[in-house]
Design a protein around this ligand. Sequence first.
Ligand code: DC
Length: 232
Amino acid sequence: MLFFYCMENHKKYRAIAIDGVSSSGKSTMAKRLAKTLGYTYIDTGAMYRAVTWFFLEKHVNIEDEQEVSVTLDKINISFRLIEGKNVCFINGQNAEPFIRSMEVSNFVSQVAAISSVRKKMVFLQQEIGKTTHVVMDGRDIGTVVFPDADVKIFVNSPARLRAERRWLEMKETNPDITVDEIENNLNMRDYIDSTREDSPLKQAEDALLIDNTLLNVEEQYKAALDYIHQKL
Ligand code: DC
């Protein structure tokens, strides 16, 4: 019995689940944690964004289940390591240059609420977790994708603060954008993400909550790393 238990444990790949509200600094923290631990970082938001971009390109009517299903069958999402970064590809094309626009940001939560889209993305995420130690960030990683993740962390802070922090990052490349516009987008996404029927955004019962209102990037990272070291 003990022998089989050890074999199971030996085969298991580790998963660190990072969930939280939009633009809360999850990905900055998750990327760094993955680097420190030697794990693979998977940005699941990029997967939903890539599908959204494809739907926009193809003018898919998301109310039409058949059209959504046929289009999903034509989508192949993968990750490739480029210059040390794990980059999301859609149908062999680097998705990154297209998926961070406001157009995608304004539509992605509606696409991510579609069950057939989630089913496909969750399957892919679980497949990756079968062969790799991962730090995965998203909205449902600790609750749905890896309910038995080795470590779960949930990140939160007020929308206004997140919008101000995001504005500082965006103002160079998008000088016309305002804090209000970003805050409205974040509030809208958090609302749709947390009220959808299928795997809504919520903190797993066994997740550590990090509220980063009073924490800088470094302090947040340290809090997460300390917790991971305690758990592993
Ligand atoms: O992390 P992000 O802001 O790039 O995610 C984009 C959208 O995708 C977000 O509004 C919610 C959705 N999402 C999701 O529903 N489940 C995930 N695991 C990751 C993202």
